[in-house]
Design a protein around this ligand. Structure first.
Ligand code: ATP
Ligand code: PH2
Ligand code: MG
Length: 239
């Protein structure tokens, strides 16, 4: 577990009213379901020393999808962004998910791609889906247990950035990671959950700005402003 995470996790539990015990229960369940996890070295082999594209499901994803096919970069897709990528014929290398993204897309990608599956107290009933995935690594937001890892991060999108940093990416470029108060249309958020979702995105921003203070990777964003991330334009996108 990364230094400083425990305090941030306590803050998340308090703000969102989650139970650490439920998170732990879910983590144990996931650890029991995953037979043999993907070796960490295989994931690091994809990311180490590379410029890695992390794709979120924010409103700017639609624009980014026009140019992503021309980029020759390893791609990590976060949950809802996966469907957008698949619709454009782009199969990402790695998917970060807590299994509440589009099920059809997750099952399709899960046949061949690396699925980084996050266990938390509110997705226990979804965990059996993991049995259909060929290459899985499990994560938890609490203390690491069994063969699960905690790279840091909260939502699927910011966890992808923490993962890429932990496994040695040289540069991390965000697309569709607008954060902010507009939820992307590819994000499958029920109206009743929208206020919580916006709070989650705020928390993701705070965590990314914390990461920017000590990240070994250089961080870039092609979507919204994030302190500590350099703003760049995706090549080929009109201003
Ligand atoms: N404005 C935005 N709207 C939606 N998602 C965003 C936005 N900005 C960044 N993202 C990132 O895109 C990721 C994938 O989005 P999506 O809402 O589809 O997935 P999700 O499975 O509901 O996310 P989570 O389970 O992490 O809440 C989020 O985890 C978030 O980090
Ligand atoms: N207990 C719990 N943990 C989480 C949850 C959640 O709904 N419940 N959602 C997350 C990202 O959406 C990440 N972590
Ligand atoms: Mg999710």
């Amino acid at each position: 577990m990364i230094r400083g995470w425990a305090a941030r996790y306590r803050g998340i539990l308090a703000e969102f009213g989650y139970s650490a015990a439920q998170d732990r229960l879910s983590a144990k369940e996931l650890d029991g379901i995953i037979g043999r996890p993907v070796p960490l070295g295989r994931i690091a082999g994809i990311l180490r020393g590379k410029t890695v594209l992390v794709v979120g499901a924010g409103p700017s994803l639609h624009r980014a999808l026009k140019v992503i096919p021309g980029l020759d970069l390893p791609i990590i897709a976060s949950d809802g962004a996966l469907r957008g990528l698949l619709d454009e014929g782009i199969m990402p290398d790695i998917i970060t998910t807590d299994l509440d993204g589009d099920t059809k897309s997750l099952l399709r990608a899960g046949r061949s791609r690396i699925m980084i599956v996050h266990a938390h107290g509110d997705n226990i009933e979804r965990l059996p889906m993991v049995r259909s995935f060929g290459n899985v690594l499990g994560t938890t937001q609490g203390r690491e247990l069994g063969r699960l890892y905690n790279f840091g991060g909260f939502t699927d999108g910011d966890r992808a950035v923490f993962l890429a940093e932990a496994l040695g990416a040289r540069k991390i470029v965000l697309a569709g990671m607008d954060l902010g108060s507009r939820i992307g249309s590819l994000s499958d958020t029920r109206p009743a959950d929208r206020a919580t979702k916006i709070k989650k995105l705020k928390r993701a921003r705070v965590l990314l700005e914390w990461l920017a203070g000590w990240s070994r990777a250089t961080l870039y964003t092609t979507s919204g402003y994030i302190r500590g991330f350099e703003r760049v334009r995706l090549p080929g996108l009109a201003p």
